[in-house]
Design a protein around this ligand. Structure first.
Ligand code: ATP
Length: 433
């Protein structure tokens, strides 16, 4: 059933235009995905909800958008050049490559039974060259957005003069040459992160970490993830990254098992110290009241956009029996649904009905993401909207021409009510508040 559910999600995503395989006409690029018309809306809505919660609704966090390409010294100072490794083993017969951690002490190739090489370190950084000459021009595609924020710490101090605690937030692409990508968009080599670097006085770091774990956990719950499918998992000491003092993952119960959506770590003053030493710049914070300089600690809630999108999709997927029919419906939170309203004419060959429906759709488009569809019978149109999570279907019928009313159908309850066309916008606004 579990794998089956993933297959259903992947197939829905392709069929309805959420996610397509990258370069599919060329046979596809393994484990790389493109977001289609509904996918890009859902993904943008997830990013918008995150930004609203961590930037707009707070007064202690500033937004940033740093470049993907950075000075190569950044990655030396951060430790990525030296220690961003996974151990890999290769099969001597079929040449398949495996992450040593996934082999769990297996001595033979899980695919063909062939002999495996010793586990060897494999650096996950994507390398490229800047400028026309390759020699001496090696740079990296960033493996995390975090470093762009540490590197701008001084610029923020100088331009915003913030008092501790304060933070920076950023959403952007990151790249890791993962040994084994997979599980649809869960683990890919190009992905998007939503990260916060929150600077605090060292003595407040432990408490702030706990506060952020709660804040971020509740964000998923408030956007509709079921409580039983979400958990916090503190890292054991031997799991912690070399720079972290403590870390808790927020995990989602995917059909393929509990897996990380976001990690919230206490990175101590490791990053600022490293960059200060490597750049020669003063990266301490000056406390005006105490007249002292020190390195703040950093609490980092670091989540994946693609993983959140996948969790929201899985969590919202329902199959319901309606009379003798099976209804597939995405019960996405109203802020996340790609389309809020669909306007549908009951009879597509009655010119007056079509004209009225188009006029209503055009008017609503100014206020909500609205689509017009007349390419099938009403039952089929409803099913199609249910599958992409459209919140309200507005149906225009023969009676609408006389009584100036339309039927508004609720996605989740399927209940229908008649609403005056004059009041339609207000009616929908109340529902979507
Ligand atoms: P994992 O253990 O799953 O490899 P990680 O602990 O290395 O993840 P972090 O370095 O903490 O991940 O990155 C923060 C977030 O970025 C993760 O919680 C995840 O949501 C996202 N992320 C990391 N690697 C990938 C990837 N290869 N594909 C998609 N999202 C990713």
């Amino acid at each position: 059933m579990a794998d089956n559910l993933m297959d259903k999600i992947v197939s829905l995503c392709k069929r309805r235009g959420f996610v397509f395989q990258s370069s599919e006409i060329y046979g596809g690029l393994a484990n790389t995905w493109d977001y289609g018309p509904y996918g890009v809306e859902l993904k943008n809505n997830v990013k918008r909800a995150w930004w609203k919660s961590v930037v707009y609704e707070r007064d202690d966090i500033f937004g940033t958008d740093a470049a993907i390409l950075m000075h190569p010294k950044v990655w030396e100072a951060s430790g990525h050049v030296k220690s961003f490794f996974d151990l890999k083993s290769d099969c001597k017969s079929c040449k398949k490559r495996f992450k040593a951690a996934d082999l769990k002490d297996k001595k033979k190739c899980p695919e063909c039974g062939g002999e495996l090489t010793e586990a060897r370190p494999f650096n996950l950084l994507f390398k490229t060259h800047q400028g026309p000459v390759e020699e001496g021009s090696l740079i990296y595609l960033r493996p995390e957005t975090a470093q762009g924020m540490f590197a701008n710490f001084l610029n923020i101090l100088d331009s915003k003069h913030p008092k501790l605690p304060f933070g920076l937030a950023q959403i952007g692409k990151a790249f890791r040459n993962e040994i084994t990508a997979g599980n649809f968009t869960f683990r890919t080599r190009e992905f998007e992160q939503m990260e916060i670097e929150y600077f605090v006085e060292p003595s407040r770091a432990d408490k702030t970490l706990e506060e952020w774990i709660e804040y971020r956990f509740n964000w998923y719950i408030n956007l509709g993830i079921k409580k039983e499918n979400l958990r916090k998992r503190p890292h054991t000491k031997d799991e912690l990254a070399h720079y972290a003092k403590a870390c808790t993952d927020i995990e989602y119960k995917f059909p393929f098992g509990w897996s990380e959506l976001e990690g919230i770590a206490n990175r101590t003053d490791f990053d600022l110290r490293q960059h200060a030493e490597s750049s020669g710049k003063e990266l301490k914070y000056f406390d005006d009241a105490k007249k002292e300089k020190f390195y703040p600690y950093i609490i980092e809630p670091s989540g994946g956009v693609d993983r959140s999108v996948l969790a929201f999709l899985v969590d919202a997927y329902y199959e319901e029996k309606v009379k003798d029919d099976l209804r597939v419906v995405l019960k996405l939170h109203k802020d996340l649904s790609p389309v809020k309203v669909a306007v549908l004419p009951l009879l597509r060959n009655r010119a007056e009905i079509v004209e009225l429906a188009k006029r209503i759709a055009q008017d609503l488009k100014k206020y909500f993401i609205t689509v017009y569809d007349d390419t099938g019978a009403i039952g089929k149109l409803y099913r199609r909207q249910d599958e992409v999570g459209t919140l309200y279907c507005v149906t225009v019928d023969v009676k609408s021409l006389e009584d100036k009313q339309v039927t508004v159908r609720d996605r989740d309850t399927m209940l229908q009510e008649r609403v005056n066309i004059d009041r339609l916008r207000e009616h929908l606004e109340d529902k979507l508040k």
